[in-house]
Write a protein that binds this ligand. Structure first.
Ligand code: ADP
Length: 630
């Protein structure tokens, strides 16, 4: 960069220095820059300042002179003596900074000898100066000796040298400053740039940190969630490596009966696999190690207490703490298995039930056929017995009669028993197949029950057993099938007789509840053990023989009674205490059939006998004492 002299020296200080110098020496000076501009000057003479440099023509000569001096100085001379084109002397020294011409320091104007009056007068004439004033100014121009000029110039030379040095220093300082400023600016720019980049990087870093922290937090939350999930999961989770457990959740610990899952770590999986399922387990591990996910497989595991547990399990390879291990998830299916086994058992039982029913059906068909087949020969035997009875009075003597009567009695009673058995079997079969004749009619139940009871009263009394009929009701008409009620009553009464000792009592009672008419047949007989009460209504069920005291029977009677009560939509209740009598209560609904008139004609023993051949005898045929057979 180019510098001017004015940039390199402290003009104010220089001016002061030169003023003091002038005051002492009265030697005028001037300081000009390389372009010829006067930077400082003192002691300049009016000839110059008021005439030569004021008049345009003479000033032109001044400029030419300055230029000529400059050119001379540029050529490297120490100092120059020069006579200007307006006739005055000047001595100049160049000021150079680093070899470059920057300006000059001049001494002048002066003269070596008295002024050439003619020359100056002609000059005043030429440029139109005020001759008197001009000549007077010229007369004041100092006259220096050559020695003085030399001494002054030597001083000026040193001064110029000093200025050069000062300038150089200033220049260097300036340049250094500039360099410094530039460097500083550059540095600051770089610092700014760096700071900017740093700020951006910082901002990015902050965001990264926030993001990382958020990710870490999310990871922690998600880890916690998964941990909680795994911890509270009802399914068992285990992680194992080379057959040894490295993680187990509480559900697995609970499943195998361990109080803490940590206690399972390091245990061999083999300890928990059922010995019979080890080959299945090996196969599963092979599938998982082949990189496949194991589909749900049923297995059995063993608890620490040796209990076998059914599970279904799945598994897969799983990265865990830098290793590839096996993650297995299992579910306790013991309940399901139990249910499956139960279901199988139920199905088996249902199958057996079906088989039994079919067998029952066959049996009933067989009984039905059998009872049919029984009836024809029985009727023939019965008719023959009746013929024999008729013949008794006519054809035999008293002794023969007595003998034959006893034989016929045995024949007759056993014929009745066979008839009763075949009737009951036939009725049960009819009830089972839906062919039983049953017709509900609105009848006065009080008279029906009373009549039936009275019809057998004589018979019961002959066994030395009291029979009582009691009721508060006069009449109660409900829907009944009279012949079924007959069967029910005769059955209950014959049972009471059968199981009641001599001098006992049988009470038949009728009463009502809100919804039912109840028939109670109560005796003071041997009673029924508590555990048998529930079963005696089932078909073929009898209390064991020792308790029945050798009374005969087939175990069909009460089941038939129950079926007949059911047909009436009624209920049967048995109250009994072993050795303390029994009570059978038949509950019939207090309903009537629509569009049916109530039939009020009283039944009597003959009606009953008319409807069925020897019904009572047949129904009571089981009742005889061993000594009856003689
Ligand atoms: P069975 O033809 O053998 O009498 P039931 O079905 O009529 O058949 O009776 C079943 C069993 O109930 C009888 O064998 C008897 O053990 C018992 N039982 C029935 N009624 C009485 C009663 N009034 N007292 C004691 N036991 C009775």
């Amino acid at each position: 960069m180019e510098y001017k002299l004015v940039d390199l020296i402290d003009l104010k200080k220089f001016q002061k220095l030169m003023e003091e110098f002038y005051n002492i020496t009265k030697i005028p000076h001037g300081l000009l820059d390389a372009e010829g501009n006067i930077l400082s000057g003192i002691g300049w003479h009016d000839a110059c300042t008021k005439f030569h440099r004021v008049n345009s023509k003479s000033n032109l000569r001044c400029k030419e002179s300055d230029l000529a001096v400059s050119n001379m100085l540029c050529k490297g001379k120490k100092y120059e003596l020069y006579k200007c084109k307006n006739g005055l002397m000047e001595a100049v020294v160049p000021i150079k900074v680093e070899g470059n011409y920057m300006g000059m320091l001049c001494l002048g104007q002066f003269l070596f000898e008295k002024p050439d009056i003619q020359f100056f007068e002609e000059q005043a004439e030429e440029f139109g100066y005020d001759r008197g004033v001009y000549m007077e100014a010229v007369s004041r121009i100092p006259i220096f000796t050559k020695e003085k000029v030399d001494a002054t110039m030597a001083y000026f030379f040193h001064l110029a040298d000093m200025l050069s040095d000062m300038g150089l220093n200033q220049l260097k300082q300036n340049e250094a400053e500039k360099l410094l400023i530039n460097a500083n600016a550059e540095l600051e720019e770089k610092v700014d740039e760096r700071t900017r980049k740093l700020a951006i990087a910082n901002e990015k870093l902050k965001k990264d940190i926030v993001r990382r922290k958020l990710t870490e937090y999310k990871l922690k939350v998600s880890q916690a969630k998964y941990r909680t999930l795994v911890e509270i999961m009802p399914d068992s989770i285990i992680v194992y490596n080379e057959g040894y457990i490295i993680y187990a959740n509480p559900a697995f610990a609970k499943l195998v009966g361990m109080d803490k899952p940590e206690k399972l770590i390091g245990r061999s999986m083999r300890d928990f696999i059922h010995p019979d399922d080890r080959s299945i387990a090996r196969e599963c591990v092979k599938i998982i190690n082949d990189g496949k996910t194991l589909s749900l497989t049923e297995q059995r595991i063993m608890s620490v207490g040796g209990q076998c547990i059914d599970i279904e399990a799945t598994g897969t390879l799983f990265p865990y703490e830098g290793k590839t291990v096996i993650l297995a998830v299992g579910r306790d299916i013991s309940e399901r298995k139990k249910a499956e086994r139960l279901q199988k058992k139920i199905e088996e039982e249902q199958r057996m039930l079906k088989e039994t029913r079919e067998y029952d059906k066959l049996k009933m068909e067989f009984f039905a056929n059998l009872s049919h087949e029984f009836r024809t020969p029985l009727n023939l035997i019965y008719s023959t017995v009746q013929l024999l009875e008729n013949d008794l009075d006519i054809k035999f003597s008293i002794n023969e009669k007595l003998y034959l009567y006893n034989r016929i009695k045995v024949l007759k009673q056993n014929t009745y028993r066979l008839l009763r058995l075949s009737n009951n079997l036939l009725d049960i079969t009819k009830l089972d197949s839906g062919y039983f004749e049953f017709k509900l009619e609105n009848r006065n139940i009080v008279s029906v029950v009373e009549d039936i009871t009275m019809s057998v009263a004589q018979y019961i009394k002959s066994k030395n057993i009291k029979v009582l009929f009691d009721t508060d009701m006069e009449e109660n008409v409900i829907a009944i099938d009279v012949s079924s009620i007959e069967r029910i009553m005769l059955n209950l009464l014959s049972n009471s007789v059968k199981f009641t000792e001599t001098d006992g009592e049988i009470m038949v009672n009728l009463f009502t509840t809100e919804k039912h008419v109840c028939i109670s047949v109560k005796d003071t007989g041997i009673g029924i053990p508590e555990d048998k009460i529930k079963i005696i209504l089932d078909r073929f069920r009898q209390v064991n023989k020792s308790i029945r005291r050798n009374h005969e029977g087939s175990g069909i009677g009460l089941s038939l009674v129950k079926r007949l009560v059911d047909l009436h939509s009624g209920d049967i209740e048995v109250k009994s205490e072993y050795e303390n009598g029994s009570e059978f209560i038949i509950k019939l609904p207090r309903t009537q059939v629509n569009n049916c008139e109530s039939i009020d004609d009283k039944l009597n023993i003959n009606d009953i006998r008319r409807n069925n051949i020897e019904v009572i005898d047949i129904e009571f045929s089981d009742i005889y004492l061993l000594n009856d057979i003689s």
